[in-house]
Design a binder for this molecule. Structure first.
Ligand SMILES: *[C@@H]1O[C@H](CO)[C@@H](O)[C@H](O)[C@H]1NC(C)=O
Ligand SMILES: *[C@@H]1O[C@H](CO)[C@@H](O)[C@H](O)[C@H]1NC(C)=O
Ligand SMILES: *[C@@H]1O[C@H](CO)[C@@H](O)[C@H](O)[C@H]1NC(C)=O
Ligand SMILES: *[C@@H]1O[C@H](CO)[C@@H](O)[C@H](O)[C@H]1NC(C)=O
Ligand SMILES: *[C@@H]1O[C@H](CO)[C@@H](O)[C@H](O)[C@H]1NC(C)=O
Ligand SMILES: *[C@@H]1O[C@H](CO)[C@@H](O)[C@H](O)[C@H]1NC(C)=O
Ligand SMILES: *[C@@H]1O[C@H](CO)[C@@H](O)[C@H](O)[C@H]1NC(C)=O
Length: 313
């Protein structure tokens, strides 16, 4: 009799535990916890001060770890902020220069619910393999050492991509990796070494609202196919081309949603497309020289975007 009662109670307890686990309210997923520990190892630099101190093997609930955000119901990891997590600021100058590294993209495979990932300021040079995170919406790769656009084509939920302040020199891989991101709203490529003309395939990125190419060496005309052809950036609200090598005001009449066009600090010689440039329905700022675009963007856009992927410098 007693034996049956104990069995009954044990069964109840087990059901309770199962229930907890199914709804994940006990602790984070073991697979993700192990994944985070592997990430910590990959981020470790022997000469930097110990990074991610709260990520410890003996701490069961990784949702309590610094820089990790979990969904409060499912306890799945939805945000990872690894900005300067390698603590490279504490390195001596020679080690600092030598600290660039590649991350194995498969390290992120356990985090299938991840929405936000910040990997900025890490001396990251690239990924081995392709990032596959179908829920990812925000990816910050700014202030790293990418010389090529990385393999991001599988990030089909991506809305904000920040590649500002890297060493990108060409648009190779642009078409293959970026134009297929059909939810992308903000693309920031400021402060790279991009030379020449913007590729026409940019017109395929129909969901773009903010496009920023500040501090590069772009010249030539803007691609007619991209801005005028069948493919059109009809949702584009901000186009920032400041601090480049453009010599003509681009003709942009088809950008019906454009609110801010920044052309400050270029080498504009001709006003031949001036009229075309003003065929906007709702332009708020047309900037040719030394305008406080950051301030204007903040004022104009604060009600469109919570955090416009760092459009400001
Ligand atoms: C993800 O980023 C967006 C925009 O930057 C922010 O509003 C949101 O709170 C972030 N979510 C998480 C889970 O970090
Ligand atoms: C550069 O980094 C590599 C590997 O991270 C290391 O083996 C090497 O000793 C470093 N060289 C210098 C000069 O710091
Ligand atoms: C760590 O610092 C030592 C001494 O400065 C240096 O010899 C070594 O190369 C550094 N290691 C890395 C990986 O940078
Ligand atoms: C990346 O990690 C996977 C899984 O651990 C491994 O099979 C693969 O060889 C790694 N790739 C590189 C280039 O290290
Ligand atoms: C753009 O710059 C490149 C490299 O300096 C040059 O070869 C090319 O002629 C320029 N194009 C235009 C249209 O100015
Ligand atoms: C862009 O202009 C700068 C400043 O005049 C010049 O040094 C640089 O060579 C130009 N770049 C290209 C690609 O023409
Ligand atoms: C614009 O907004 C950002 C973020 O809200 C803030 O950090 C920055 O100082 C603002 N810039 C100006 C010029 O107000």
């Amino acid at each position: 009799m007693e034996y049956h009662l104990v069995l009954y109670l044990l069964t109840l307890l087990a059901c309770g535990l199962l229930h907890f686990q199914a709804h994940g309210s006990l602790a984070c997923l073991e697979e993700e916890r192990v994944g985070l520990l592997k990430l910590k190892e990959a981020f470790h630099h022997p000469n930097a001060s110990a990074s991610l101190p709260s990520w410890r093997v003996e701490e069961i609930d990784c949702c309590r770890w610094e820089r990790v955000t979990c969904d409060s119901m499912t306890k799945r990891v939805i945000g990872l902020s690894l900005s300067d997590a390698r603590q490279l600021g504490f390195l001596n100058p020679s080690s600092f220069l030598n600290a660039s590294f590649f991350l194995n993209a498969s390290l992120f495979l356990p985090f299938q619910k991840l929405q936000n990932l910040s990997l900025d300021r890490s001396h990251l040079k690239g990924f081995y393999g392709e990032l596959r995170l179908s829920k990812l919406q925000v990816l910050d790769l700014s202030w790293n050492m990418f010389t090529e656009i990385p393999s991001l084509g599988a990030l089909q939920s991506l809305k904000i991509l920040n590649l500002k302040e890297n060493y990108l020199e060409s648009f190779s891989h642009f078409e293959a990796e970026l134009t297929t991101l059909n939810k992308l709203e903000t693309l920031n490529l400021d402060g790279n070494n991009l030379i020449g003309e913007i590729p026409p395939s940019i017109g395929a990125m129909a969901s773009l609202k903010v496009l920023s190419f500040k501090y590069n060496q772009l010249n030539g005309s803007l691609p007619m196919e991209g801005f005028y052809g069948e493919l059109r950036l009809t949702k584009l609200q901000v186009l920032d081309l400041g601090f480049n090598n453009f010599t003509e005001i681009p003709s942009l009449g088809a950008l019906q949603s454009l609110k801010i066009l920044n052309l400050e600090f270029n080498f504009l010689e001709s006003f031949s497309h001036f009229e075309g440039a003003f065929q906007f329905y709702s332009i708020a700022l047309f900037c040719l020289f030394a305008c406080d675009v950051t301030l204007m963007q903040n004022l104009t856009l604060s009600h469109y975007f919570e955090q416009p992927g760092d459009v400001e410098s």
